[in-house]
Each structure stands twice: as structure tokens, then as C-alpha cells.
Design a protein around this ligand. Structure first.
Ligand SMILES: [Zn+2]
Length: 655
């Protein structure tokens, strides 16, 4: 089924199996088409003949191992000598993620319309380009990865090209047939070698491109980082990355991807990148991602330059950037250390949107069966211009093997479909118009570092918080846990022991609170007199910080005056604002946490039912030394509704 679809879609290619066993690389000379070294054409009278070139090679790695690098068409186009592309923004007449692109070849601008890439992970991808200028009329490319019977992959790479002008009869064999295919033959085995060496991220791992000054600056910065107690091993990896990483990697370093690749702790790696940025090795790079296709639609060095109201040209939608998931932080090498080309060679290949596991463009009335290889988990099938989506659950045990999925004018079928990890999905386009079927994982990659996460990180706040937002601009940062604390009876303390000693105790208490909040992965936002405001990504960490504050401050008393802390904790959506050059939080979540703190008596904590409902908190509480008291209260300023709260008192006090 796949095979016949392929032939229908990519045209009257070779006859027989597209996966002929090739013992060595070869170029096929299809009998269906004119391609020959002895003559140039069939006929110039009507349209020009189509040229066809094939490279096939047998590789050691499996298709799923090769897929991330082989389908990275941006890198592949660069490695095979293509010019960088420019996207032309006038896409008003284009549908289904088509794009209008331009390259310069021998200083001649060549413009074409690119159909959306089509792929089925990890077996094949291809694209069709229709040219508006230049000697070539149309080019189709198809790469196929066929698993070998005893491991490995037979990779075939086909290019079909038809001239637009007579000049194409000469330029296609020269540029595509000779130069480009010669490079293609070298590139795939070199990717195979990188996969085997575990070097997928660093294809150009041998070139040293640092200038003399770059080397000196790098040494100075590494020395400074060593003094900040980063491990020698981690600094060695950083040095290697900067000296030998390729341009694609260094223009957008994703710290969690690096940490996973290096097999080291993510938080330590991230802190290293923050510190290295302060030492001048990197610049921050913020990308605003489209919520539908997850492409970067804007890229900035300071987030305050970003326009929150934005638009995705590919999906034709407007959206408001929200810090939750759609703003990602990465790092770019500083030009004072190393110059990297930040150019684009391909805008639509499978690795531009790696969460999309299959994408197929079906003419109206068409049907097509694909058989992707999927990890277990949740997926969805969607299509630009069709509301909603079809949820799919990949589960080897309960999933169905073969399934037909019709898409008619009424939209997607309403129920979730269970499918296996290697299903046969038959897409049927019954909408009455051409439709792009997009099958994607719903989970946001946990390797992305979102702005919501970053802005609650202590090290980031210390080093960069001024650079995040324009003064007084507010933006949603998703769900956070907010903790207010206050020192009990501090007024009495000032009265009893005098202003200066009391002030010292209060200041000590603030330092202790700062330390405890950081220890439990929270961010200390501000002190207000004897009170503090902190935020946490995870509710349990707030409770743990509060518990340790009680025990630490409780025994600190030197003159029989126990320091008692009042605590209020609430979880909910927060809004961030840059006020007086500092990131601050506000919104009703923050206000409720403050009210809860005012209900605390000291040596206890008052938490909302939302905090209590968090599964980690729920599991932890029975094991912790706290007794629960359920109660309801009216919160001033929050209407007449009563608000369920829980007061936790320490068992040592209850007894
Ligand atoms: Zn989009």
C-alpha cells in the first residue's frame, strides 16, 4: 500500500521495488525516463524530459537511529553544498503550509514554491519544488530508509528534475547529476559514522574555528568558571563544544539537550550556561514558538524586544505568546568568541518540527496508508483549516493494528483511537479539498527550557531578570506555587530587645529564608519588611522549604525568644511583571497566598485545597509531622464564596 502510494505521489519513478538491494552506490538510469550520458534530450518540442538520479547505500545504523540526522534537511542541504534560502513573506495565496522561497545561485535569484515536506518517521521523507524563475521547472526529492533483514539500513535517495528552460538540459546534469549527487554519496555514510560514534550533535567535530582573540577570551572565561566551582569535566565539555561544535549547534544551544547528550545533570549544565553567558561566552536567545506547529516565529536576544501579539505564517494564525510553553530559551555563541553562520538551508524538513512524526498532503478524494514507527504515548492527528483534532493513544497491548481514518466535512471522528507502535493508518480525504494530514506527539518535549521555568530559577533571576520584560509589561507564566511568610511578633521583638538587635535578627531570618527557598528549588522574589514572597514550580518544594524554616528558625532563639514564622501557600496561574528592574509576580494566586498567610498563627502553615490536591503533597503529608485541620474561610476581596483551606500544625505543638 505504502509503495503504490509513494509511486502515485512522487510519480512514475522506477518500476519494481523502490528498495532494490544495492551492493554499492549507483545511479539508476530509468528506462521510463530519459537519463543518459550519451545524449541530452528526447525532444525539445513539447515539455522537457525529466531527469532522474538515485544514490543508494547500505548503512550500519537502524532507520530510527539515522532518522534525526538524516532527516535534518537544513544540515543536509548545507553539507551537500546548497545555498542558504530566504523565505519570501508574501504567502497570501499559498495553502496547506506551502512556502515561497528564494536562493541565489551564481548571483541569479531563483524563486520557487515549496510544497509541504511529506514524511513517515523513520522510513521516508520527500518534497516537491515548483520553480518560478531559473532554468529548472520542478524538482522532487525522496529519501527512503529500508531496514535491513539483519540490521542496518538501505538508504535510497532519489531526485527527479525537469527543466523550465533549455539551459536546464545542461545545468541539471551538471549541478544536480554530477556535483550534488557526488556530495550526497559521501554525506550519508558520514552520518552513519557519526551515529555509530554517538556524535549526532557534532558533525563537524574536527574543525577548530576560533580566532586568536577568541581562544584568549575562552581561556579567561573558563578560568573564571573554574573559580565558581564548576567541575573540570563539565568545563572540558564546554570547551570542546565551543571549539569544535558545528554552526547549527552553536547558534542555538538547548541546554537540556546538551546535558542529556553529555549525560550530566540538567540543572548544573543550565547553571553553567548562565554563568558562561555572564562571562561573555554566550548570548541568550529567546524563541517564540507557534502553538500549532511549534516553529520559531520570532527570535530575540532580549525578551523585552519580543512582541507578545504574534503570527505564524505557516499556520496562518495569530496568537499571544505566553511564557508557559511557547517561549523557549537557548544560548548562542558570542561573536567575540567565534563567528557562526546563522543561515537557513531548509525551512520545512522533518527536523524543523521533530514532534510531527508523519505529514502527508492528500489531494481531494485521495486515500493513503502509512506505517510510522511510534513510541508509546499520546498523539493527535490534525489538519490546518480543520477545527479540533483526533486523539490517538499508542499502546502496544491495547492498540489496533490497521485503522481507517476518514476526514469528511464534519471534521474528525469524536473518540480517541488506540493504535499500536507500528500501525497501518489509512488516511481518507473526504473533505472535498486538498488536505494536509499532520500526525504529532502531544507532549511538549521536556528538553525545551521554557521562559516560565527560567524566570522562576534563582540563578537566572540573579543574573538576567532585568533583560526579560519591558518595564510594566505583564505576561502570564502559567501555574506556580506562591509562598508568603512573615515573622511572628516582630513588633514585640523590636520593643523587647531594641531596634538594632531586632533588626539583626530580622535580617538573619531573611538570609535563612533565601537560602532555604533556593535549597528547595524555589525563587526568592522579594522581602517586604519581615515578610517574604517566593515562587516554586512544584508545590511540595514550598511545603518542604516552610517545614525547614520552622525547624531552623525555631531553634535559633538565643534568649528564650522563639522565632515563629507564619506561612501561606497557594497554587495557580501567575502573571509576571518587571517593576523597578525586578521580576515580580501578581494576580489573584498571589493575593490568595497573602491572605492565607494572614490566617496562619505561627509555627504552622495554611495551604489552599489546590495545594493539598497536588498528588505529591497528598502522598507526602501522612508521612510528615503535620496534623491537618480542614476549614472554610471567607477571603476578603474574593466575593462572598467561602474558600476551603487547610491549616497544618506541627505534631510537637499539638501534643
Ligand atoms: Zn505555526
Amino acid at each position: 500500500m505504502q509503495r503504490s502510494d509513494e509511486i502515485r505521489r512522487f510519480g512514475r519513478a522506477r518500476m519494481g521495488s523502490p528498495f532494490q538491494p544495492f551492493d554499492k552506490e549507483m545511479e539508476s538510469k530509468s528506462p521510463t525516463f530519459f537519463v543518459s550520458s550519451s545524449g541530452f534530450y528526447h525532444s525539445l518540442s513539447m515539455s522537457y524530459p525529466e531527469f532522474h538520479y538515485t544514490v543508494a547505500c547500505r548503512l550500519h545504523s537502524a532507520p530510527e537511529e539515522l532518522w534525526p540526522i538524516v532527516s535534518d534537511t537544513n544540515r543536509f542541504n548545507f553539507d551537500t553544498g546548497l545555498s542558504s534560502v530566504e523565505e519570501l513573506r508574501d504567502m497570501s495565496t499559498l495553502t496547506n503550509a506551502r512556502r515561497r522561497l528564494k536562493i541565489e545561485f551564481l548571483r541569479i535569484p531563483i524563486i520557487w514554491e515549496e510544497q509541504p515536506f511529506e514524511w513517515v518517521q523513520p522510513y521516508r521523507f520527500g518534497v516537491r519544488r515548483v520553480f518560478k524563475t531559473g532554468p529548472v521547472g520542478e524538482v522532487r526529492v525522496l529519501a527512503q530508509l529500508q531496514p535491513g533483514a539483519s540490521g542496518g539500513t538501505t538508504l535510497t535517495y532519489d531526485v527527479w528534475a525537469r527543466p523550465r528552460l533549455a539551459l536546464g538540459l545542461i545545468s541539471i546534469p551538471m549541478v544536480i547529476g554530477f556535483t550534488s549527487m557526488r556530495r550526497v554519496r559521501k554525506v550519508f555514510p558520514s552520518y552513519d559514522e557519526l551515529v555509530r560514534q554517538g556524535k549526532g550533535l557534532m558533525p563537524e567535530a574536527v574543525r577548530e574555528r576560533l580566532s586568536g582573540n577568541g581562544v584568549r577570551r575562552l581561556q579567561t572565561a573558563l578560568k573564571a568558571l573554574q573559580d565558581q566551582s564548576f567541575s573540570g569535566e563539565l568545563l572540558e565539555r564546554l570547551r570542546d563544544l565551543i571549539a569544535t561544535g558545528d554552526d547549527f549547534t552553536l547558534s542555538r544551544i538547548r541546554p537540556y539537550v546538551m546535558a542529556d547528550f553529555w549525560e550530566v545533570d540538567r540543572r548544573e549544565t543550565l547553571n553553567l550556561f548562565f554563568a558562561a553567558t555572564r562571562s561573555g561566552l554566550f548570548e541568550l536567545r529567546w524563541d517564540i514558538l507557534c502553538p500549532a506547529c511549534r516553529n520559531s516565529v520570532q527570535s530575540f536576544s532580549t525578551l523585552s524586544d519580543a512582541k507578545p501579539e504574534t503570527h505564524c505564517d505557516t499556520c496562518q494564525i495569530d496568537f499571544r505568546a505566553n511564557f508557559d510553553a511557547y517561549v523557549e530559551l537557548s544560548f548562542r555563541i558570542s561573536p567575540s568568541i567565534r563567528t557562526v553562520r546563522d543561515t537557513v538551508y531548509c525551512v520545512g524538513g522533518p527536523q524543523v518540527t521533530p514532534h510531527i512524526v508523519a505529514q502527508q498532503l492528500l489531494p481531494e478524494g485521495d486515500e493513503r496508508t502509512i506505517s510510522p514507527l511510534l513510541e508509546p504515548g499520546r498523539y493527535r492527528l490534525r489538519s490546518p483549516g480543520v477545527p479540533g483534532s483526533l486523539p490517538l493513544l499508542v499502546d502496544e497491548q491495547t492498540g489496533r493494528q490497521a485503522i481507517a481514518i476518514p476526514l469528511g466535512p464534519a471534521g474528525w471522528p469524536p473518540e480517541e483511537l488506540p493504535i499500536t507502535t507500528h500501525p497501518e493508518l489509512q488516511f481518507r480525504n473526504e473533505r472535498g479539498e486538498e488536505t494536509l494530514f499532520v500526525l504529532e506527539r502531544t507532549a511538549w518535549t521536556d528538553q525545551a527550557l521554557t521562559a516560565a521555568e527560567v524566570t522562576a530559577m534563582p540563578m537566572f533571576r540573579d543574573l538576567f531578570s532585568r533583560e526579560v520584560l519591558r518595564p510594566n509589561e505583564q505576561i502570564s507564566v502559567g501555574t506556580l506555587t506562591v509562598m508568603f511568610t512573615d515573622l511572628c511578633r516582630s513588633t514585640a521583638l523590636y520593643h523587647e530587645i531594641g531596634d538594632a538587635p531586632a533588626f539583626g535578627i530580622v535580617m538573619d531570618h531573611l538570609e535563612i529564608m533565601k537560602g532555604l527557598v533556593a535549597k528547595h528549588d524555589g525563587a526568592f522574589v522579594k522581602a517586604m519588611g519581615d515578610g517574604t514572597l517566593s515562587v516554586f514550580r512544584n508545590p511540595l518544594n514550598a511545603l518542604r522549604a516552610a517545614e525547614e524554616a520552622h525547624s531552623t528558625l525555631g531553634v535559633r532563639d538565643s534568649e528564650n525568644r522563639p522565632l515563629m514564622v507564619k506561612v501561606g501557600i497557594h497554587t495557580g496561574p501567575c502573571i509576571i511583571i518587571n517593576q523597578n528592574d525586578r521580576l515580580d509576580y501578581f494576580g489573584s494566586t498571589v493575593n490568595i497566598a497573602a491572605r492565607l498567610e494572614s490566617l496562619s498563627h505561627g509555627n504552622d502553615m495554611v495551604i489552599s485545597s489546590q495545594v493539598y490536591a497536588d498528588p505529591e503533597v497528598f502522598d507526602w503529608l501522612p508521612l510528615a509531622p503535620w496534623t491537618l485541620h480542614h476549614t472554610e474561610t471567607m477571603l476578603k476581596g474574593f466575593g462572598e464564596k467561602s474558600f476551603p483551606v487547610l491549616r497544618l500544625t506541627h505534631r510537637s505543638i499539638d501534643s
